[in-house]
Ligand binder design. Structure first.
Ligand code: ZN
Length: 214
């Protein structure tokens, strides 16, 4: 049988948890993996102990970073116009869109495929990796805040569709094949979602708090 970790893991100290709804203060009870602690007054969830939450966040976060690298290294589209073959990278696609007057869409390529995933995946790994050993690296609180503020910007799926439709219109004279970078972006979308689905934001804050108390 698998060993079930209990949480919070404090070194001798007592950890106190306040309810997010009614502010009632509790001596944090130990919860087994897969369970949660609830407020004695109003029943709101105080914190959760999701199975392998940190490991999952780190694994999918790291995979996202690798996929990002692939997406920006390999061709996004492969074109074949009258026997002339050409490849278009993400950067190339962004520049092409800007040349054709879609400045915003071109800019969005940078934000949605580079900036947002870098903040989200990089930030999550930065915070969750040391938390696996109960530690917090410098600035972890600020990074967590930044990641949570950037989360609404993870609209990769909307973006991919938008770019694809625009590009297909631009290159209608050529035969187009989707390149490795396109599939990498699709996988990146799935990995980013999985990275954030594994860990609850209350759990993350709670773990950070305990790590900083030690
Ligand atoms: Zn409460």
């Amino acid at each position: 049988m698998r060993h079930r970790e209990t949480w919070p893991r404090t070194a001798g100290r007592r950890h106190q948890a306040a309810c997010h709804l009614c502010d009632a203060l509790h001596d944090a009870p130990l919860v087994e993996e897969g369970r949660e602690a609830r407020c004695r007054v109003c029943g709101e969830v105080l914190y959760e102990n999701r199975p392998a939450s940190l490991e999952r966040a780190v694994a999918f976060g790291t995979a996202s970073l690798v996929l990002m690298l692939v997406a920006h290294t390999f061709p996004f589209l492969e074109l074949d116009a009258q026997g002339r073959e050409a490849e278009m990278s993400l950067t190339g696609a962004a520049l092409r869109l800007m040349q054709e007057g879609s400045d915003l869409l071109g800019l969005a390529v940078g934000v949605f495929t580079l900036l947002a995933p870098l903040i989200l995946a990089g930030g999550l790994v930065y915070v969750c990796l040391p938390l696996m050993w109960g530690k917090a690296w410098p600035g972890a609180v600020q990074v967590t805040r930044l990641v949570q503020e950037a989360q609404p910007w993870a609209m990769l799926e909307v973006f991919i569709l938008g770019v694809l439709v625009s590009l297909l219109k631009l290159v209608k004279l050529a035969e187009v094949e989707l390149g490795i970078a396109f599939w990498a972006l699709g996988l990146l979308m799935i990995c980013l979602t999985a990275a954030f689905a594994g860990i609850d934001r209350r759990e993350l804050w709670d773990r950070l708090e305990v790590a900083r108390e030690q």
